[in-house]
Each structure stands twice: as structure tokens, then as C-alpha cells.
Design a protein around this ligand. Structure first.
Ligand SMILES: C[S@@+](CC[C@H](N)C(=O)[O-])C[C@H]1O[C@@H](n2cnc3c(N)ncnc32)[C@H](O)[C@@H]1O
Length: 313
């Protein structure tokens, strides 16, 4: 086959996958627009499987998680169970080391139905439960891991989650989470608009993360439905925004998936996060990838703090 024909076939395949993605965005928009105001993740872009990096982990994030995890799996002998907070496919399908067993925990039956797939090589299972009440015995897991899990909780629930994770972790085990961490100094919308004009955002996903961290309340709380209202006020001319950013209009219309959403996200700073983790956990390591905005989405290793170990003796 000539190089030209191969190139044609390649670009046809790319166009077809772009069309397929646009169709699924339109279908998701229809679900989101026709659904009543909801705090149901299965009505959100994330729940509908349309999340893209940096909202969902990329391969680099997966490697950071496995690096942090590996010593704890090999050192912990008989305990090899990893509990995952959520069913994020990029985590459930990771190249888990030999000997690992994975249990994913999510509170939404609809998300489990749409997102959960068993791992092809390591023993894996899913269970429907709240992370604040993990259906696991005390000291039974080698690691708990997740992606953006804390960010989906109200601050008032952070301690409940840390307490529950501390309960199920075996000695010498770890809690590894990629977290969306807002900068100590709040950015402003003008900076974001300037970056749009520089075409610094390949699509609207990283733009949306910057907006979230800029428009959230002073403590980092953000109700997704209000993001859409603020966005519409700031960027009333969607076609103009799309053209400035060099995106197809569907990229901008993705914001409609947050219509009426009551989902509340929290974006703590790193020091606020450390304060929430105390006294049960201390932050041992913070690492991030090399992609745009990776510094806002670090993989954080929490270890049971000295005080907890003393209490346990
Ligand atoms: C953690 S986020 C997933 C975002 C992730 N970054 C991704 O790549 O898709 C959303 C998931 O968390 C689940 N969830 C939120 N709060 C929960 C809770 N308290 N207990 C269990 N699952 C919860 C929702 O059902 C949803 O499936």
C-alpha cells in the first residue's frame, strides 16, 4: 500500500474516532440536560466515562502510583490486597505487580455498571459501598489508592475517610492518592483567558481545572452547577471562546454537562490537605508527572503517622 493511502487510512481512522467521541459527548449532554438537578455521579461527565486528563490519570500517574505502592506489596508478606476508592478504569486496569489483588469500592451502582471491568491478569473484584464505611476487616489491606477521591468529598467527610483508611490498613502500609491541589495563591480569570488566547489548552479539560481552582470558594469548595453559571457569565460568546482557543464548539458545550449538578468538589491546598490528614496520617511523598498542570494533580503518599502507631501499640 502506498504511504499516501496509509496516511489517508490513518486520518480517516482519526476522523472516525473524533466523530465517535463527538457523538458520545452529544449523547452525554442529552442525558445531563434532560436529567433533574442531581448529585449523582452517573449524570456527570466524570461518571459518564468522558473524563480526560488531567481529570483522569494518565500513564505517567499510573507509574507514580505503582512506584509508591511496590515496596509495600513486597514487604507486607501475606497482605497483598489493594483497595481502590472508585472504579476509575485507568487505575483498575493498571499493570499491578504479581501477587497483588484489587478490590474497587464505589457507592454508585450505575457507575459500577458502566465503568467497572475486571482486570485481565490479577484477581480483582468490585463492591458497592461508601468509602467512609469500607466493607473490609481491620488491618486487612496493603494499600488504599484512589484518584481524586478526596476531592469528591466535603471537608467534613475527610476525617471520616482518613479514619476508615487507617482502620483497614495493615502495619507498614500506605494510602496513595492523586489529589487535585489548589495553589497557595489564587490565580485570576484574566490569566486563564490570556492562556486561552495563547492556545495553551489543547482542549477544555485543563481549562476547566484552572477555572475550578480559580472560581471556587475561599476554602476551595465548588458546586459544579455553579461553575456552569459562572462560566456562562464570563464567556457568554461560546463561538468566540472556541475560536480563540482553537477548539471545536463541542469542547465548550461540555460545560453543559454540569447543568444543575449539585456535586460538590473540594480543592484543598497541600498544607490544608496535610492538616486534614493529621493526626492519623503524615504526607511522606508528593510527586507529579510532566504534563501540563501536573503540579496541580500530584500523587501523594500518606503514611500512618507516629502518633497513630504509638496509639496502636
Ligand atoms: C472519585 S471520582 C472519579 C474521578 C476520577 N478522577 C476518574 O478518573 O474518573 C467519582 C467516583 O467517586 C464515587 N464516590 C464519590 N463519593 C463516594 C463515597 N463517599 N463513597 C464511595 N464512592 C464515592 C462516585 O460514585 C464516582 O464513581
Amino acid at each position: 500500500m502506498s504511504t499516501e493511502r496509509k496516511a489517508d487510512r490513518g486520518s480517516n481512522a482519526t476522523n472516525q474516532s473524533k466523530h465517535a467521541e463527538r457523538r458520545s459527548i452529544r449523547a452525554a449532554l442529552t442525558v445531563a440536560t434532560n436529567s433533574p438537578a442531581s448529585n449523582d455521579w452517573s449524570k456527570s461527565a466524570l461518571g459518564l466515562g468522558l473524563a480526560r486528563p488531567p481529570w483522569t490519570p494518565c500513564a505517567e500517574d499510573g507509574d507514580l502510583l505503582l512506584d509508591a505502592l511496590r515496596p509495600h506489596l513486597t514487604d507486607s508478606g501475606a497482605v497483598s490486597l489493594v483497595a481502590l476508592l472508585g472504579v476509575t478504569p485507568a487505575l483498575t486496569q493498571l499493570g499491578w505487580p504479581d501477587g497483588a489483588r484489587v478490590l474497587a469500592v464505589d457507592a454508585s451502582p450505575a457507575i459500577i455498571r458502566s465503568q467497572w471491568r475486571a482486570h485481565p491478569t490479577v484477581p480483582s473484584a468490585v463492591t458497592c459501598a461508601r468509602w467512609q464505611a469500607l466493607p473490609l476487616p481491620d488491618k486487612s489491606v496493603a494499600a488504599v489508592a484512589g484518584d481524586g477521591s478526596l476531592n469528591t468529598l466535603a471537608y467534613t467527610a475527610y476525617q471520616d475517610l482518613f479514619r476508615e483508611v487507617a482502620r483497614v490498613l495493615a502495619p507498614e502500609s500506605v494510602f496513595i492518592l492523586r489529589c487535585f491541589v489548589r495553589p497557595d495563591t489564587r490565580g485570576d480569570v484574566e490569566d486563564i483567558t490570556r492562556d486561552v488566547a495563547k492556545q495553551a489548552f489543547p482542549n477544555s479539560a485543563p481549562f476547566r481545572l484552572r477555572l475550578c481552582m480559580t472560581l471556587c470558594e475561599a476554602d476551595g469548595t465548588l458546586v459544579l452547577g455553579t461553575l456552569l453559571e459562572r462560566f456562562n457569565g464570563l464567556f457568554p460568546d461560546r463561538a468566540k471562546l472556541a475560536s480563540l482557543a482553537d477548539w471545536p464548539i463541542d469542547e465548550v458545550d461540555r460545560f453543559d454537562m454540569d447543568r444543575d449538578s449539585k456535586i460538590q468538589l473540594t480543592f484543598p491546598t497541600l498544607s490544608e490537605l496535610a492538616a486534614h490528614a493529621e493526626p492519623l496520617f503524615a504526607i511522606r511523598e508528593v510527586r507529579h508527572g510532566s504534563y501540563d498542570l501536573a503540579e496541580l494533580c500530584p500523587t501523594i503518599t500518606f503514611v500512618p503517622s507516629q502518633s497513630r502507631q504509638r496509639l496502636a501499640r
